[in-house]
Design a protein around this ligand. Structure first.
Ligand code: ADP
Length: 188
């Protein structure tokens, strides 16, 4: 059983690789971004609350996100391990997640970071905007999401490095190539 996080800048391919990892390790992939997008589409209360932040490329307030993740982790499908994609995303969410982990008695095995350079990321995201139609994939919002990543998420990744949980994988290359690198890193 594996309990892990996948982290990395917007456009690094977390979603694509998460899907593969979850199939290969037989664990549920939980993406906070996907949950927000589904709720926005379904016009639920959570969606109404999250929409303005998501569309602006801002983080949804921690209180909302932490509660949502804790609830999701109590579902049956997370009992045999999980892959969290997009959470925690800043140091305050790491502190909240520490508490959630101890309440639910789930200890993290590994934090996988997908790395990629900013120029490649921007062009991937602009391209994705054309195919997926994500409302937060326009150039200004993309730039802002990258800034939020540098400012809020990079320090959180450093925290996991210091805890000895971080495995870094180069996210540039074919989907298959990156997937093979990830599987190698997870064996280590
Ligand atoms: P990406 O990392 O490619 O920008 P995500 O799907 O992970 O895309 O996230 C999209 C948006 O959802 C974020 O810009 C943010 O508004 C919201 N979001 C996702 N995860 C979190 C989180 N852990 N905390 C706060 N907001 C989040």
């Amino acid at each position: 059983m594996t309990r892990m996080l996948i982290v990395g800048p917007p456009g690094a391919g977390k979603g694509t690789q998460s899907k593969r990892i979850s199939e290969e390790l037989n664990i549920v992939a939980i993406s906070t971004g996907d949950i927000f997008r589904e709720n926005i589409k379904g016009e639920t209360d959570l969606g109404k609350e999250a929409k303005k932040y998501v569309d602006a490329g801002e983080l949804v307030p921690d209180s909302v996100t932490n509660r949502m993740v804790e609830d999701r982790l109590t579902w049956d499908d997370a009992a045999e391990g999980f892959l969290l994609d997009g959470y925690p995303r800043n140091l305050s969410q790491v502190a909240a997640f520490d508490e959630i982990s101890s309440r639910l008695d789930v200890k993290l095995d590994v934090v996988l970071e997908l790395t990629a350079d900013t120029e490649e990321l921007t062009s991937r995201l602009v391209q994705r905007a054309e195919t997926d139609g994500r409302t937060d994939d326009n150039e200004d919002v993309i730039r802002h999401r990258l800034e939020v990543f540098q400012k809020e998420t990079a320090p959180m990744i450093e925290e996991y490095r210091q805890r000895g949980l971080l495995q870094q994988v180069d996210g540039l290359g074919e989907i298959e190539t990156v997937n093979a690198r990830i599987m190698d890193a997870l064996k280590a």
